[in-house]
Design a protein around this ligand. Sequence first.
Ligand code: ADP
Ligand code: MG
Length: 570
Amino acid sequence: MIVGIDLGTTNSLIGFWDSGEVKLIPNALGEFLTPSVISFDRDSETILIGKPALFRAVTDTESTIANFKRFMGSSKIFQLGNYALRAEELSSLVLKQLKEDAENYLGTSIEEAVISVPAYFSDAQRKATKNAGKLAGLKVERLINEPTAAGIAYGIQERFEETNYLIFDLGGGTFDVSILNMFSGIIEVRASGGDNALGGIDFTEILAGMFFEYHLASKKIKEKEITASFKQKVFEAAEICKLRLGITSEPKMIVNWKSNSYEFTFTIKDFEKKAEPLLQRIIEPVKKVLTDANLSPSTIDQVVLVGGASRMPIVKNLVGRMLRKFPLSHIEPDKVIAHGAAIQAGLKSCDKALDDIVVTDVSPYSLGVAAYTQNQSRSDGTIYFDPIIERNTIVPTSRSRQYHPIDLNQRIVEIKIYQGESFYVEKNILLGVLKVEIPNGLKDRSFEIRFTYDINGLLEVETTFLEVNFTSRLIIEGNPGTLSEIEIHERFQQLKALKLHPREQAENKLLLNRAEHLFEDLQGEKRVTLGNWMKIFLAALDTQDLAHIARTKKDFESILNTLNAEICPI
Ligand code: ADP
Ligand code: MG
């Protein structure tokens, strides 16, 4: 039996695919959501997982751990009683619990799982997630990107037309927004962004803050009475109140503390005003992914709400206003990812109906080199970061740019390779340096730098002096020491086709040839139309973005066929 698991920052879920539909599995408490919280009970020397651990967050903060997904793939150590554990080990405890709950519920053993991960997870974070599965006794051959899982849950694979989805995921403490593109059976995460310190918890804090502000002003509570445990009590009341915001028009909080009862009523308007800064932090990343994916709100076909906090009316309304579309939320937002993961699990266990989905990925950062501003000599030039692969480019990818040495009598070029987004190289992360000797006697000293980035975070940097076709190569591993030289070599052999500039690829050349001939035969408006399309196609080839090229090519080809049919109607 293969299951699908949403291993969330706040909550985790498990489900499976059964006779054509998703079934989510309840835990021992009969609930679908298991809090991703671990606690150590010193008295009984046992580890508690889920809701029982969450309750201890108040009484026993010291030995309770939450939010560890943030540290997945890092070497951070959490102290849990006498144990020192890393995030992947803590995650494995959650997975073990889910597995056990499912086995009890189904009465069969579970060996394999598809687990969802954020689209921006790096190779190391993905490996750590797989490892967590292994530690829990689960085979994890396949991870699924969370936005892709959401898309699948909403039947993205059943679409025949090219479709753009915006997946809006506001969880407990993280905000992820992604754009998915579905095109001829391929689902791609085109862009992803967000704010990893924004989520439902911030809205709860606002309510708790409003409560104290009100009672401090009316002098019913004094500053010095606000202890950590009083705060926690108010926070819990605020959380309950928040969950009801969608169903009540007169929200109210009642907190009983040390034989006093504190009441607080407010209007939705009051709350909205206070939450305004949070809403602003939602708007920015949405704009950014749209720009990164080169899309406008009107070219988004569907908007999907994911994450418990997207249930809040102010958030839902904001999304609708921003994207001018009624967002989909008929699958409960905090269960969408688990639905998608369960469908993918069904796909894995060979349900043919969902077979041809390919999930591709994006590079989370820009990758580039240090370069001098043009037309200046070394003495007065400014060094800046020149991206070769921009962030959110679909991987695997291969892109190149041309450069030339700054000084006439320079013998060596030193290529410094960086990852990051800043204009200033020193604010980015240095990945490696490639020193290349300039061949003797060149007329044209310009050279090409090509970056080839594969799905596992391996970056190959190649410089070629174009005149003599002299190439030097450097390989940078995202996760050093995990691949042998031979494996790396094989990997890049497979990527060879990518390295050809798309303009040099036979099919594209052929199409351009056809267009060139037709251009000579046409006149007037049709000639202008064709000319414009040739420009569009050439520009697309220059982006070296294979998905974009495929789309443009399809349109270009059909225009060519139409125009051709008009002058030669047989
Ligand atoms: P994660 O993806 O971080 O694991 P979830 O998607 O489960 O998290 O979302 C958890 C957050 O959703 C919590 O902050 C919780 O308060 C919030 N939430 C859940 N249901 C509602 C609701 N009906 N209204 C408002 N917030 C909600
Ligand atoms: Mg989530």
